[in-house]
Design a protein. Sequence first.
Length: 301
Amino acid sequence: MGGFWGWGGEGTRRDFSFSGVREWSMKEDMSGGADMAARGRKDWDWRKTLVLVPAFNEEESLSGVLREIRESLPGAGVAVVDDGSQDRTAAVARKGGATVLRLPCNMGVGPALQAGMRWAVEEGYELVLRVDADGQHIPAEALKLREALEREGTDLAIGTRYGDGGEYRGSWGRRLVLKALAVFLSVICRKRTDDPTSGFWLMTRDLAECFLVHYPSDYPEPEAVALLRRQGFDFTEVPTRFRTRKAGESSLGPWKTVNFAAKVFLALFVDRLRSVDRRGSAAAIRRRRARSESGGKGAVA
């Protein structure tokens, strides 16, 4: 991935400085969020966590998202992957104190996430939290993901909109299509999933290294869940609060949702016929890490 992006400013991580960032009123959305953020500050050290924010033309919502991250996850690193935006997304990210990784053109969410994961691994982060730039993910809810990751001992915690305790409600048509996809993915993964398209993820460094070997490029979440299971990793889902987006439009309208689901069904079926690259398996990555920690050579794939 080297050479795909330009680093913001001097190319180094900045201290958070949010003076002058536009206030984003979310009182009705954030009831209880302040208390959760306070608990996070008390119980968790976020300094080894990178918050990864893929963004394409999200200048209107991005400053509010960055402000929330700073308040809810103090000490965490933040990298905004500007996926070829035509607006001021990169400038807003720099003003918000984030590292900016710029792709040369609009490459899609898969390559954007892979670029961010490579940055996280190279910079030595132990956890990677994905937060979307449109404001749908609530950074304070990451506390639930981290608690689940610690409790379950998995490499991935997914914030789900549709499980028990979830509050998100989409259109019935969208929910029907995604429910069918969830059932199919649950069968092939041999583990239940309720929200196959959620991008609110907290993952370990080991899983990020797996995704450096291969990561789906179109709408990657369902395929990535299937891939990580084949590579020997596990996941857990946690009901979390989501918002409707604050600006812009979803890339998945009603007909696009059906088209997307059909493509994912086909991709998942074809993926089952392919062999996986064992360099990205949980066993191989943990062996490399053990050699590295003991003073041997354990280069990242």
